[in-house]
Design a protein around this ligand. Structure first.
Ligand code: NAD
Length: 316
């Protein structure tokens, strides 16, 4: 029987990639998003996709339209780390109550088997005092409202689904990049660097470019999501997994790669490191490797080249 997956926020950067991966694997997909037009252009009117356009704040509007859903992937988040600090109250209230209301509905009125929630490995841990890969048991000390809200969401999901039949997978991706990255929105360094090259504008680098990050290609993240959906063993408590490349990469490395790939020089404006920028963030992915048997396969050089080629073909 076809497995049916609801992707909430499925029209975003990561959502489009996950939807394509789900279709490849033979899932029937329901995409819920406040806008659905550009995913229709991206993946066409596939016979296995049903679109529902609406606002997640209107829980009833969504729940009345979904039937026989096996899996839910929650991708909506209304802020990114930098914007979350402009209005901390908005960050909390626009993200947590809709999630709680929807999950309560699932627990009480549905036969959904699994929920996959995308948290954030780049922000929930905060600044690690040791420059070593961070595993899931490390202290959680978020330094942005975004990171704090992600942790609150993780806790509510775990709490709400604990006594239910629903299995909860909490993925903590590092910095995600790749096809469908929205260059119009502040969505990560790699997108910013490519955008600055296309527009021939300078990019702002906070600090001396030695801040270390972990970049995960969106196709590897999408495969991790599928691995969770297809994981056969029953999990009793939430399964929390870091999803990264495990490879330390500096801002300077990314800029250097972009210059080689595009053949253009990146113009840089240097500013002081911001309070919410972690200095070192590389994830240990041992748990995902052993639990769901998932391994990232795209290195940052080939992943950036693939994104640049996609930009050339789609955004010009
Ligand atoms: N991009 C990254 O590097 C990264 C890293 C770690 C975690 N994440 C998390 O992964 C998830 C997906 O990220 P993304 O980069 O694809 O984000 P995105 O902003 O591209 O996608 C989010 C989608 O949610 C939709 N949406 C927003 N508000 C809505 C509402 N009120 N009702 C219905 N739909 C609404 C948007 O239209 C958008 O299509 C987010 O939870 C994000 O926090 C992203």
């Amino acid at each position: 029987m076809t497995r049916k997956c609801l992707v909430i926020g499925g029209n975003g950067f990561i959502g489009k990639n996950i939807v394509l991966e789900l279709l490849l694997k033979g899932y029937s997909v329901v995409v819920f998003d406040i806008v659905t037009n550009n995913i229709r252009e991206a993946v066409f009117e596939h016979e296995n996709i049903h679109y529902i356009e609406g606002d997640i704040n209107n829980t009833l509007y969504l729940t009345e339209q979904i039937h026989d859903i096996d899996f839910v992937i929650w991708l909506i988040h209304t802020t990114v780390p930098a914007t979350s600090m402009y209005d901390v109250e908005f960050d909390l209230l626009s993200n947590i109550p809709p999630l709680i209301r929807f999950v309560q509905h699932l627990v009480q009125h549905s036969s959904v088997k699994k929920i996959i929630y995308l948290s954030s490995g780049g922000t929930v841990y905060g600044n690690s005092s040791k420059n070593i890969p961070i595993n899931e048991t490390f202290d959680k000390n978020p330094i942005s409202s975004y990171g704090l809200t992600k942790l609150v969401a993780e806790e509510y999901l775990t709490y709400l689904t604990k006594q239910s039949e629903i299995e909860t997978y909490i993925l903590r991706p590092s910095n995600v990049y790749g096809r469908f990255q929205n260059l119009k929105k502040p969505q990560g360094l790699i997108g910013h660097v490519f955008k600055s090259i296309i527009l021939d504008e300078p990019i702002t680098v906070y600090g001396d470019g030695t801040i270390v990050r972990d970049y995960i290609h969106v196709s590897d993240l999408s495969k991790a999501v599928i691995a969770c959906l297809e994981f056969k063993e029953r999990i009793n408590d939430s399964l929390v997994l870091n999803i990264g490349s495990g490879q330390p990469t500096t801002i300077n490395d990314i800029i250097h790669n972009a210059e080689i790939i595009t053949g253009k020089k990146v113009k840089i404006i240097t500013k002081e490191v911001r309070d919410f920028d972690c200095k070192f963030n590389v994830l240990s992915i041992e748990k995902a490797l052993s639990e769901i048997k998932w391994t990232p396969i795209v290195d940052v050089n080939s992943g950036m080249l693939d994104e640049w080629e996609w930009i050339q073909n789609n955004l010009k």
